[in-house]
Every structure is written in C-alpha cells, then in structure tokens.
Write a protein that binds this ligand. Structure first.
Ligand code: PSV
Ligand code: MN
Length: 389
C-alpha cells in the first residue's frame, strides 16, 4: 500500500509551479498599498526572493515577469542572475492597463496609432522572451466598455483578432501566445475577452500555439471552473493557470485558501487528463498579491497548497471511480473522490521533501532562516517595487 501511494505521488517530483515577480513587491487595493520592510527594489531582488521559495519547496523553478515593471537594461544579466539562484525566467506578461493611451482600448482601439503601439509592445515582449529564453507570452486584455453603445462590440472584436494575428505572426516557432480572460474590471458593461469561450475563439483563429489562460479569480460566482478546465484540455487549449483565491472578485488571495475543495476539483480534472505532466505543456502559475501577509511565506504556502491539492488528486482511485460512474453508482463515485480529498497528505509530502534533501516544513525552515530580517536590514534606500513597477 505504501509503495502504491508513493508511486501515485511520484509525478509531484516533476510538477513545477511558476511564481509571479509581482508577488514580492508591495501591493494593496485602490484604498491603500502597504509597504513592508525588505521589499525588493528591482527585478534582481525579486528573483532573489522567488529563489527562496524554490530552494525550500523544490517546486517553484520559474519566475513570471511583467513588462515594463521588470524591465532591465541587460536581459541576459537578469537571466544569468536567475540561473545563479537556481531558477529561470518563466512567462513574459505584457501590460496594456497602465498607459493613458489605452483608456478606450489597446489591441481593440479604433485609433490605429494606439493599436499599433499596443502591438509593438508585444513585439518588444517577444524580444525579451528571446533574450531570457522564455517560452510563453502572456496577454491579459484589460479592454472593454462601460456604457451600452459606447463602441461597436463587433468591430472591437475584429480589431482584436487583427492585432493578435500580427503578434502571432511575429512569434518564433517555439514561442506560445497565452490569452487570459476576465469577466469584469477595469470595464463594467463588457470586457472584450470576458470568458473562456471568447478567448478560445481568438486562439483557434490564430493557430495551435495560441492557448487560453485560466485565472481562477476571473469568473462569476458559482462558475464551475473544473468544467472549463476539462473543456479546454479536451481541445488541447489550456495553456496556463493563474492560480489564486477569491471570495468576491479578483481578490488575488492565496490559492486554496478560500476554497481548497475547488482547487482539488480542478486538479482532479488536470490529473485525469495527464495535464499535470510537463509534456502536457500547461504552465501552472500563481497570480497573487500579498497585501497584508509576508510575501515569501505567502508564496511558499501557495506552492504547498497546490501540491496538497495535486497530491490528493493523484490519490483518486481511478479504477474504482470509473467503475462506480459506469454503473450509475452516484454516491459510490462521489465517495471515491471524497476519500482522496479527505486523505491527510501533509506527512506524505513532508516525507517526500525530506527524501529530496528539502525541509519537511518549508514555512518553519524559512522562518528559522532569518531571511526576512536580513533583507529588512540590507535593503535600505531605493524605491520599493510596488504595483506598477
Ligand atoms: C488581471 O487581473 C491579472 O490577473 C492579469 O493576469 C495580469 O497580468 C495580472 O492580474 C497582474 O497584473
Ligand atoms: Mn491573472
């Protein structure tokens, strides 16, 4: 039995979770951005903090960057710095939401000058990817309208398709375009990519290296996210996750904190289609902000939460589940799933960490390391990284 559990959990060894550079900077809401001592002043320090998460969990080998927030003069120096810390640059995220020009839209804008500027920004991001050996261009389109009749919904969608086509055409054959969607915010009447179907349609028109990003916080309450996961995997179009947790909106809280059962249900769909394996190419990322909690432990906790949910999903007795499903045994099938969910995997995962030379308890090890005190003392002067830099 022990052998069976160990075999079932073996895929965790190659299951990597990408962390976002912006999680290590200060963040908050539109009401207040709190500052924390020791917060990184530049992308190099962000990478140093991210490397702590990987060093203690062994499961966070890549760091997503955001352009222009993480712009540096020498991209290879940043990539080399990452490598020296045992991590690498992950997805490159474009930014279409912090420029006055984009008030009425970026890739959808009726003004051809502004649309060309938004496209050109992505061509720069492709160059950053080349310089940092990054595979994924991640686009979140913040475009939309606030009032009925404000603009033609159809013509905005056509302009978006044309813009994306221009970006896709400029990509190398080993680069992927990942397209996020979001139901609302910053616009409220309609977003131009409000749902997975809209994102998928744009991706299908582009080609097979265009895939959808699913941000768990970007849906209406009660949306069955695991159904979307299944559907996108079925089409081989699930490119990436932005993991986080929500109660009300795009809360960006620690993944698995609000609803661990939902995270488990998502990972069950992932595991059942083999999408947790590196060969499936799904980029499991965190997209979180740590407004009131310490950032590095917040990220460590997040990585562990995803590992826990994945471990439980790996423990589902699939033979028993399929047999119960096929014989119409409703409660039997549900019970098989719940047996896995209710398994306490904490010591199993601690044993696996220990066997790999990692701390059994990464959070305790981080607290004992004194790293937070050290950066608070050392990082004096300069401007702390924050939302937007
Ligand atoms: C938007 O809410 C979003 O989820 C997008 O992924 C952005 O890239 C990210 O937040 C960080 O701004
Ligand atoms: Mn996101």
């Amino acid at each position: 039995m022990t052998q069976t559990i160990s075999d079932a959990l073996a895929p965790l060894d190659t299951f990597g979770i990408e962390v976002p550079s912006w999680a290590y900077g200060n963040s908050g809401t539109r009401f207040k951005v709190f500052s924390t001592r020791g917060v990184p002043r530049d992308p190099f320090e962000k990478l140093a903090d991210a490397a702590q998460v990987n060093a203690l969990t062994g499961a966070a080998p890549r760091v997503s960057i955001h352009i222009p927030w993480d712009t540096v003069e020498d991209w290879s120096a940043l990539a080399d710095h990452a490598a020296s810390l045992g991590v690498s640059i992950g997805a490159v995220n474009s930014n279409l939401f912090q420029d006055d020009d984009y008030k009425l839209g970026s890739l959808t804008n009726a003004d051809e000058r502004i649309r060309a500027k938004a496209i050109a920004h992505h061509l720069e991001c492709l160059d950053v990817m080349r310089a940092t050996n990054s595979r994924d261009l991640k686009i979140w389109l913040p475009d939309g309208t606030n009032y009925a009749g404000q603009d033609s919904l159809r013509r905005r969608q056509d302009r978006l398709a044309d813009s994306l086509q221009q970006i896709y055409a400029a990509m190398d054959s080993d680069q992927r375009l990942l397209l996020e969607y979001k139901i609302y915010e910053p616009y409220f009447y309609t977003m131009d990519l409000p749902d997975w179907g809209s994102s998928l349609l744009q991706c299908l028109a582009l080609g097979e290296r265009a895939k959808v990003i699913l941000d768990t916080g970007h849906h209406a309450p009660s949306t069955n996210i695991e159904f979307i996961v299944m559907q996108l995997l079925r089409q081989d179009r699930l490119g990436a996750f932005d993991f986080n947790s929500r109660y009300y909106g795009d809360d960006d809280l620690i993944v698995g904190s609000a609803d661990p059962f939902q995270l488990f249900r998502i990972m069950v769909e992932i595991v059942s289609q083999g999408a947790h394996l590196p060969s499936a190419g799904v980029n499991f990322m965190l997209d979180q902000c740590h407004n009131i909690e310490d950032k590095i432990p917040g990220q460590i906790r997040s990585v562990m939460n995803v590992q826990h949910a994945t471990a439980k999903a790996l423990l589902v007795d699939t033979d028993a589940l399929t047999a119960a499903q096929d014989s119409g045994d409703v409660l039997g099938a549900h019970g098989v799933l719940m047996d896995a969910y209710e398994t306490d995997v904490r010591s199993l995962l601690a044993d696996r960490r220990e066997a790999k030379g990692l701390p059994r308890d990464p959070l305790a090890a981080f607290a004992a390391s004194g790293y937070l005190d050290r950066i608070a003392t050392e990082r004096v002067g300069g401007t702390q990284a924050s939302w937007g830099a």
